[in-house]
Design a protein around this ligand. Structure first.
Ligand code: OGA
Ligand code: NI
Length: 339
């Protein structure tokens, strides 16, 4: 069992099994000012013409695979309070954390540090995370941490709002793609949600380590809340773009399944998290997921003789198996389902 990074992070030099090979280390943390991830105001679509908002969303999803949303309808108070309890989880004593740090893999709510399992991870990430399902709420809320005492109530309220936001964004995307109204309302497709609360402790040698290595999300769409500490970078045309922290905005990124359904019209961009020497960073990723037996394939409305399907139909669980078999390489998993 690997020890949580937050138990010992203040060591120099950093342990060897946390040092990435030169070609994948972040090196200089300075990302030149260049392109920025678009920030889209969702209030415009609420009052009046939805077309400009849909156009902006589609363009960002095609070009970057990422965008941020503001005026999204989730109250700032709730976001601040949720970020507060997320941070508290990791500020608790080591003993309190140990209770959540279970080795019982059948438990759906766990605090851990290794992504797959510690022996399979080639290099360890500078990150601890708490992962649990968060939709449907009635099914899971009681399995979440009981301390901080506000966790279940506050994260429950936040999950409900984020799920609504995700549905709104998926509806705008389906309209933009020209899919039938309610395409993503299908419970099999987007009926479930997982929450990963990520904690990246300060790292004495940030140029050698990563909080999260280059990956694309394997789910449908991800809604991410980050605090005011920089760390997230998005890959576009072989260049890393930093995502400006904006604690009142949500970051939205397309997962591999949305890339498949859109027949490559939308891009599931690779991204990573860099660490820094002075300040811990916290983020909460709400993964909208398809159920494991749902069949994923390019939407019929988007394919014809001139635009043949780029991917063959597959079950979500088989895609995840491919992803794991390829050591978390999402591009390899996508290649495995090419038509
Ligand atoms: C993830 C992820 C980014 C972040 O959990 O898949 O990419 O900023 N997180 O924590
Ligand atoms: Ni991710």
């Amino acid at each position: 069992m690997e020890k949580l990074v937050s138990y010992w992070y203040d060591v120099r030099p950093v342990p060897e099994d946390y040092i990435f090979p030169p070609e994948t280390r972040p090196g200089s943390l300075h990302v030149p000012i260049g392109e920025v991830i678009p920030v889209i105001d969702l209030s415009e679509a609420e009052h009046g013409d939805r077309t400009p908002t849909i156009r902006k969303i589609l363009q960002a999803a095609q070009e970057f695979g990422f965008f941020q949303v503001k005026n999204h309808g989730v109250s700032e108070n709730l976001m601040t309070e949720a970020m507060g309890v997320f941070k508290e989880i990791f500020q608790r004593s080591n003993l309190a954390k140990q209770k959540l740090d279970s080795q019982d893999v059948s438990k759906r709510c766990r605090l851990k540090t290794c992504t797959i399992n510690c022996t399979a991870d080639k290099v360890h990430l500078w990150r601890d995370f708490l992962m649990h399902p968060c939709h449907p709420l009635e099914q899971w809320q009681h399995t979440w941490p009981q301390n901080p005492t506000r966790y279940q109530e506050c994260v429950g309220a936040c999950s409900v709002e984020v799920k609504k936001l995700a549905s709104r964004i998926l509806a705008l995307i389906s309209e933009g793609l020209g899919l039938k109204c309610g395409y993503f309302d299908d419970e099999l497709l987007s009926g479930s949600m997982m929450l990963s609360v990520n904690h990246f402790p300060p790292c004495p040698q940030p140029s050698l380590t990563l909080g999260s290595s280059k990956h694309a999300d394997t789910n449908l769409i991800t809604i991410l809340l980050q605090d005011d500490v920089y760390g997230l970078q998005v890959l576009k045309e072989d260049k890393w773009i930093g995502v400006e922290p904006n604690p009142h905005a949500f970051i939205v990124n397309m997962g591999c399944l949305l890339q498949v359904i859109s027949n490559n019209k939308l891009k599931s961009a690779e991204h990573r998290v860099v660490t820094n020497p002075s300040t811990a960073r916290t983020s909460a990723a709400f993964f909208v997921i398809a159920l494991e037996d749902s069949i994923i394939e390019p939407a019929k409305d988007l394919t014809d003789e001139l635009h043949p399907p780029i991917y063959k139909p597959f079950k979500t669980k088989d895609f995840v198996t491919q992803f794991l078999a390829n050591d978390g390489d999402s591009q390899a998993a996508l290649r495995s389902v090419l038509a």
